[in-house]
Design a protein around this ligand. Structure first.
Ligand SMILES: *Cc1c(COP(=O)(O)O)cnc(C)c1O
Length: 412
């Protein structure tokens, strides 16, 4: 097949030079990192921000009169502003720093466990990551509320007709991911949110897999809760964001008690601090939040439109090359898809392909991708998943596809 030239509005070599890890060799071969949906790599600018924090102004925030504490507080709150502007939240106190998507979902699920009743219903999409399933099952066990699954079709697309039928006045919450980490499906969340609001239900969107590729606009979407993880958008691990509409965050009880989240404490009674501190008990990940702000700035400098267009070309190039391999099955929709390819080859276990690819320096994910219900739907143990980022290249796709062909010939 003739390689179609891939166009980009940025200097890919300059960008790759920002990522020291891309120089690594794995099993003697240059690393081809295609596990971006599990965690993204970190540019030098973000690494420098982390080093700078610990070398120059490491201090606890919000409570010190001394200069270092004030500097750290300013940078931490500055990061909150960066996130607020990035996702277009109305106020910076609608931005709660968490340890990641999982933590953010648990804050909301815990809050709803004191609001929901046995007769209430929750709709959950068939495309969810375990971290947007299990907290809600735990909550339903406490409240007795009913979890109803919004089904998908063979292409991994949610059935909106069925969704319309499922929505009713008892529906209190709808849970859906913006982009599926297992299949890459971009869900029509704006429509899903609009329909939910018509019956008075709130919506939590898991944005962990969307934020590496696109910018969610909280006002345009009118979403009630949106969660994301720093380590998937070129930031460090252990930091994430929960966005919530102010009225919701005010009405939910705090998740954890401790320092920072109180207004006044006596042994008789404690009053809680205002937002966002009510949900940030204890010393937060100060350095992580500041580094996440730097990562978002870094990606915005490249431009999310540029990133999306470039990744879309990598995706379609890789998909068409893979599709010419006999016995190849790619799961997920043919369009409206983020740069994720989940596949199997007839008669070969995904784990075996992953192992051979690793020997050739290529990092992919194999298994159920924390989305076992999706694997059950297709009646498979798992898939091989290659997920792309803006720092991947066309040559890397070629190396990956050639390695898959080689693995196939070794295994069949
Ligand atoms: C990665 C991911 C999560 C979990 O994120 P953590 O950072 O592990 O908390 C949840 N949902 C989706 C769609 C993901 O891709």
């Amino acid at each position: 097949m003739e390689p179609v030239p891939i166009h980009m509005k940025f200097d890919i070599e300059k960008i790759r030079a920002d990522f020291p890890i891309l120089n690594r060799k794995i099993n003697g071969a240059p690393l081809v990192y295609l596990d971006n949906a599990a965690t993204s790599q970190t540019p030098q600018q973000v690494i420098d921000t982390i080093v700078e924090y610990y070398s120059e102004y490491n201090a606890n925030i919000h409570r010190g009169v001394h200069s270092l504490s004030q500097e750290a507080t300013e940078r931490y709150e500055g990061a909150r502003k960066i996130i607020q502007n990035h996702i277009n939240a109305l106020s910076d106190h609608e931005i709660i720093f968490t340890s990641g998507t999982t933590h953010g979902i648990n804050i909301v699920a815990n809050g709803f466990s004191s609001i929901l009743k046995a007769e209430d219903e929750i709709i959950i999409s068939a495309l969810e990551h375990h971290s947007n399933i299990v907290p809600w099952q735990m909550m339903c066990e406490q409240t007795g509320s009913r979890l109803r699954v919004l089904p998908m079709n063979d292409s991994g697309v949610l059935n909106l007709d069925e969704y319309r039928d499922m929505l009713n006045p008892k529906t209190r919450l709808v849970l859906v991911d913006h982009v599926s980490n297992a299949l890459g499906t971009i869900n029509p969340i704006k429509e899903i949110i609009e329909l939910a609001h018509q019956t008075g239900a709130a919506v939590l969107v898991d944005g962990a897999q969307a934020c590496p590729h696109l910018v969610p606009d909280m006002q345009d979407l009118d979403v009630d809760f949106y969660v994301l993880s720093g380590h998937k958008v070129c930031g460090p691990t252990g930091i994430g964001v929960l966005y919530g509409k102010e009225k919701w965050l005010n009405s939910l009880p705090p998740y954890q008690g401790g320092g920072e989240m109180i207004s006044e404490v006596t042994f008789e009674k404690t009053t809680y601090a205002d937002l966002p501190h009510k949900f940030e008990a204890g010393t937060p990940n100060v350095c992580g939040a500041i580094a996440l702000g730097r990562a978002i700035d870094y990606m915005n400098d490249i431009g999310f439109d540029n990133i999306f267009q470039y990744e879309e070309q990598l995706l379609s190039y890789a998909s068409s090359k893979l599709n010419s391999i006999e016995g190849m099955r790619i799961y997920g929709p043919p369009s409206n898809k983020a740069a994720v390819i989940s596949f199997n080859i007839d008669g070969i276990h995904p784990y075996d392909i992953g192992t051979i690819l690793d020997k050739l320096g290529i990092a992919v994910r194999t298994g159920h991708h924390c989305a076992q219900p999706i694997m059950d739907y297709y009646n498979i143990p798992g898939t091989v998943r290659a997920s792309f980022a803006f720092y991947n290249t066309q040559e890397e796709v070629d190396r990956f596809v050639n390695a898959v062909i080689r693995a196939k010939s070794m295994l069949s």
